[in-house]
Every structure is written in structure tokens, then in C-alpha cells.
Design a protein around this ligand. Structure first.
Ligand SMILES: [Zn+2]
Length: 80
């Protein structure tokens, strides 16, 4: 009797790691203000200028698509 055992090398539970990078969905960034170190969450496609809550420095500028982030991105948050 011939027992064929199939080892499943690739069929593990790593389905969560979907490829990322095609047409990025809207996202949020945690952006650190360079002037006062305040951190706040900025929408990646902000359509209006985003300013620091504390000092008013521009943190993101709208470009029509993905906003231009002016501060330092400390974290990328997927949509909640
Ligand atoms: Zn600031």
C-alpha cells in the first residue's frame, strides 16, 4: 500500500500578506510636525491643506490625488 503524503509547503496561513502597491486605497498617515513634534493623523488624500493643530505649520498639501506630506511620516495606518 502506497501512502502518498503531501507536504504543504506554501499553503500556510499567510493569506493576510496580500500584495500591496496596486492603486493604493486611501490611507492615513501619522505625521509628525517638524516644528513642534506634535503628531497627528492626516488623510492621504486630503483635499484641503492640513495644518498642525498646535503651531499651524502645513503638514499636507492637496495635489488632486495623494496629498503631499510635508512633515515626517511616523506611521502608516490602513483605513480604519
Ligand atoms: Zn506643529
Amino acid at each position: 500500500m502506497n501512502v502518498v503524503r503531501r507536504t504543504r509547503k506554501n499553503a500556510s496561513g499567510r493569506e493576510n500578506l496580500k500584495s500591496r502597491g496596486e492603486a493604493m486605497p486611501a490611507q492615513f498617515y501619522r505625521v509628525k510636525c517638524r516644528d513642534c513634534d506634535n503628531e497627528q493623523v492626516v488623510f492621504s488624500r486630503a483635499s484641503t491643506e492640513v495644518r498642525c493643530h498646535i503651531c499651524g505649520t502645513t503638514l499636507a498639501e492637496p495635489t488632486g490625488g495623494t496629498a503631499k506630506i510635508k512633515g515626517e511620516i511616523t506611521e502608516e495606518l490602513s483605513h480604519a
